[in-house]
Write a protein that binds this ligand. Structure first.
Ligand SMILES: *[C@@H]1O[C@H](CO)[C@@H](O)[C@H](O)[C@H]1NC(C)=O
Ligand SMILES: *[C@@H]1O[C@H](CO)[C@@H](O)[C@H](O)[C@H]1NC(C)=O
Ligand SMILES: *[C@@H]1O[C@H](CO)[C@@H](O)[C@H](O)[C@H]1NC(C)=O
Ligand SMILES: *[C@@H]1O[C@H](CO)[C@@H](O)[C@H](O)[C@H]1NC(C)=O
Length: 801
């Protein structure tokens, strides 16, 4: 090092030389592993989706690239189905393989023919069949007088099969000394820390750590694979900037438009955090923040530095994550998993998580990771947004007033090709390597990337776009272990994610409609170390789940508009409400000898009345006074009357003294709701006389589509009614005239329950969840018991639609 410094007098150049020399040094190590010889490749799950789409193509390109290397190859597609069934499928796949643009059609056809000749399908089900595979490899080597270089097993099979296959490989397919064994594994690598550890231990008994290649295909994406290279190459620009003083925040984002139909059996067990954040996005995070190795080709140093970031990540708390679920997901799960309507899943299909690194350099620097299905666009990127310390007095369009950012653009989205973009007000970056080029001419000049027109960036892109799998397959062959996930890194990642995953299992994700309709529903607000949705909507958590549900109905508790919420399937929810009322009744009677219950009309409470009648025989009706929340101005025996409905569905079935009933006096002097008859005053006096401090023990309310509650319709304000407890109101629908308790009366209550049932209430629930504070457009928002509690009772149809 001293010598170089002396020679060049410049640190940068010495670094450059180091880079040039590094691959040379690495060659010696790789040489040893790559003495020309025969390589056997076995793709288990060889006719499966992944193999058909990417793996055979990747291995074909490997074969072409190695054609003059002195290596020879044989390829096996392995699987459970018999040879005569899968062979034709495999041949179809191979016949469709493509060559890169620099290979002529004729040559490609010849190469494909050669590749076909050295490929075959093999049934690999029993131990015997594995032994047989090994024997035929040995036989072939002997016949052709070749030396064995290595064996590569690609496990493109469900994870539960890994341990057994690894065991069979170890016991019957190990190559002789001097040849390498590489076993490639696809995620999922466990479900949490524990299961990942169990799997790692199982695999560890059959395979050495250096024999395992865990694929994270993100690490094969060209832009991701070049993050470290870019940081290294532009060290002189980045070193002073790459810290908490200059970086505003880091965003690592994978947005998808697809749903998960077809893979729900897998997805519902995992969800977006396990599927994307724990692996892909976390890998990107480590590449962006890890200490640069002295030598990029030193796998060990890269892995060690990566691991160091994991140990510096601050533990995630519940307040550092928000989750969502697209609206149709419940239905898709029920259909695909053949579940009844009673089934509900809380698996998130969207998540945003805020991470922090406990290092002086990155202290308090927000790192936002987010991913979701059914979002408005398909795009993946990591953006490093720098702080804006510029005050622009006049020319807001001048270049130093624009956002300063570096974007690692993985693909899709508005740009639609992989690229690294550096905004021009930062610095002009060096191109990462000879396989990359600078883009100066833009096909689409109007395209903007994360807020800046493309012309405001220095852009570089790979000369040839390569499929991630093709790239990784060549890395496996070259033994480049730092493109893969080591056991230590895997466990460290699970160690980081598992506590959060546990803490949100009982949280119901925010439901979002999907696509462009999501609008601002999933916008996120960073607040210190915490994060939340910008718009408050439905968030249910089971934090304070009562647990003592006599009928074992599934009921969840949580928050809605900052108040308590209880939700469940209709029957369970109604039972919960009935029990809560009974509990309140018993408590009130114990304390004061009476229970004052105010009930509303409408269809929703009918199910509650039936439940009370048929299941709550011990309800203390004798001490209960029944009051009306509102009444229509019709005779009490009219079918439209709330009291009539209450009588028919509840009162006639229970033993309640008639002098405990308090219908609203809407009919006086043979006329309906005339001010002069002072019906409202009479009812108010009745309340004052019977109810201590005019404070009902329990009030049951509903909410209309338009947000009305009791008979308080949009446009009303609490102060309209002064101190009155009872008023006449006008309904937009017939019969127009109503008598109603006022907000003043409702808010004196000790407990208020708002009941919302059925799909057609979902829109009102969604709207209400977005309304902040109180508004006359949504009268129910004025219901806020002064000293009492408010609980929303919503069934899943109302809540989830
Ligand atoms: C495959 O071979 C088995 C017997 O060896 C036979 O029963 C079966 O019908 C064959 N299947 C096909 C698709 O040819
Ligand atoms: C592989 O199998 C052998 C016995 O066949 C056993 O001794 C060894 O521990 C196994 N695991 C590894 C990593 O070699
Ligand atoms: C769905 O479940 C029901 C009841 O368990 C069963 O009878 C039916 O066959 C199942 N259908 C499918 C397609 O699995
Ligand atoms: C009536 O209400 C007051 C407070 O409003 C309370 O202190 C008192 O105990 C209540 N009386 C009865 C009998 O419940």
């Amino acid at each position: 090092m001293g010598f170089w410094k002396f020679l060049t007098g410049s640190m940068e150049l010495s670094l450059l030389l180091l880079l040039v020399l590094a691959p040379l040094c690495a060659l010696t190590a790789q040489d040893r592993a790559h003495k020309p010889g025969h390589v056997s490749v076995v793709i288990l799950g060889g006719t499966g989706d992944l193999a058909r789409k990417y793996l055979w193509q990747g291995f074909f390109e490997l074969y072409i690239n190695q054609i003059n290397s002195g290596h020879s190859f044989s390829f096996y597609g392995g699987g459970l189905s018999p040879v005569n069934k899968s062979t034709p499928i495999l041949f179809e796949v191979i016949k469709a393989l493509k060559c890169s643009k620099d290979v002529s059609q004729e040559r490609c056809a010849i190469l494909r023919e050669q590749f076909l000749r050295i490929s075959k399908y093999k049934q690999l089900k029993t131990l015997e069949e594995y032994k047989d595979l090994s024997k035929s490899i040995e036989k072939q080597l002997k016949q052709e007088g070749m030396k064995e270089a290595g064996r590569l097993f690609y496990l493109s099979v469900p994870a539960f099969a890994y341990a057994e296959i690894a065991d069979r490989i170890n016991s019957s397919c190990r190559p002789p000394n001097g040849a390498w064994l590489r076993v490639v594994l696809e995620k999922p690598f466990g479900h949490d820390f524990k299961s990942a550890q169990v799997l790692a231990t199982q695999l560890g008994s059959s395979l050495k750590d250096e024999e395992m290649y865990r694929i994270d295909h993100y690490l094969g994406k060209q832009v991701v694979a070049n993050i470290l290279q870019f940081r290294m190459q532009n060290k002189k620009h980045l070193d002073p900037l790459w810290n908490k003083h200059f970086i505003e925040r880091v965003e690592i984002v994978l947005k998808e438009t697809l749903d998960v139909k077809g893979r729900i059996a897998f997805y519902d067990e995992y969800g977006v955090i396990r599927d994307v954040l724990q692996n892909h996005l976390t890998e990107v995070l480590t590449l962006l923040t890890m200490k640069l190795p002295r030598d990029l080709s030193d796998s060990q140093e890269v892995l060690t530095n990566k691991l160091h970031i994991f140990t510096s990540l601050l533990p995630l708390s519940r307040n550092q994550a928000v989750t969502g679920q697209y609206q149709n997901y419940q239905q898709e799960v029920r259909e695909e998993l053949n579940k009844t309507t009673g089934f509900v899943t809380a698996t998130p299909t969207f998540a945003a998580v805020l991470a922090h690194i406990d290092e002086t350099r990155y202290e308090d620097m927000p790192i936002l990771m987010m991913s979701g299905k059914q979002l408005d666009e398909r795009v993946g990127y990591a953006r490093v947004l720098f702080k804006d310390n510029v005050f622009c007095l006049q020319n807001q369009n001048s270049v130093h007033c624009k956002p300063k950012q570096i974007i690692f653009y993985f693909g899709h989205g508005s740009l639609n090709y992989p690229a690294i973009l550096v905004s021009k007000n930062l610095f002009k970056p060096d191109v990462v390597d000879s396989e990359w080029k600078e883009v100066t001419e833009h096909k689409d000049k109007d395209v903007t990337v994360l807020g800046l027109p493309i012309s405001d960036y220095y852009v570089q892109t790979p000369i040839l776009e390569k499929e991630a799998y093709t790239e990784l397959i060549s890395h496996i062959f070259a033994g480049r272990r730092n493109s893969f996930v080591s056991t230590e890194n895997l466990l460290a990642s699970w160690d980081f994610w598992s506590p959060l995953l546990t803490s949100i299992t009982d949280t119901f994700p925010r439901i979002y409609p999907g696509g462009a309709d999501n609008k601002d529903m999933l916008d996120i607000f960073l607040k210190g170390r915490d994060l939340s949705y910008v718009n408050e909507v439905v968030i249910i958590s089971q934090d304070h789940m009562s647990g003592q549900n006599p009928n074992n109905f599934q009921v969840m508790q949580g928050k809605f508009r900052n108040d308590e919420m209880v939700s469940g399937w209709t029957e369970g929810l109604i039972e919960k409400l009935a029990s809560d009322i009974e509990e309140a009744a018993e408590k009130a009677i114990l304390e004061s000898g009476v229970f004052h219950l105010a009930l509303s009309g409408g269809a929703s409470p009918l199910a509650l009345f039936h439940r009370l009648v048929l299941h709550h025989f011990a309800f203390p009706w004798g001490g209960t006074h029944i009051w009306m929340v509102d009444e229509r101005c019709v005779p009490l025996n009219d079918m439209e009357s709330n009291f009539r409905s209450l009588h028919d569905h509840l009162l006639q079935h229970v033993k309640i003294p008639y002098y405990n009933l308090h219908p609203m006096p809407v009919q006086l002097n043979q006329r309906l709701c005339v001010e002069d008859d002072r019906g409202t005053w009479l009812y108010q006096e009745e309340i004052r006389k019977f109810v201590n401090a005019s404070s009902f023990h329990f009030v049951l309310l509903g909410v209309g589509f338009d947000g009305h509650t009791a008979s308080l319709f949009p446009g009303v304000k609490p102060e309209d009614h002064g101190e009155s407890l009872v008023v006449f109101t006008e309904s937009p629908s017939k019969p127009h005239q109503r008598m109603s308790l006022t907000f003043n009366a409702l808010n004196r209550a000790q407990k208020v329950a708002i009941l919302m049932l059925g799909k057609y209430k979902h829109e009102a629930v969604t709207q209400l969840s977005r309304v902040k504070g109180e508004t006359s457009q949504w009268p129910v928002t004025w219901v806020k018991p002064d000293g009492g509690s408010l609980v929303w009772y919503m069934d899943y149809e109302a809540l989830l639609g």
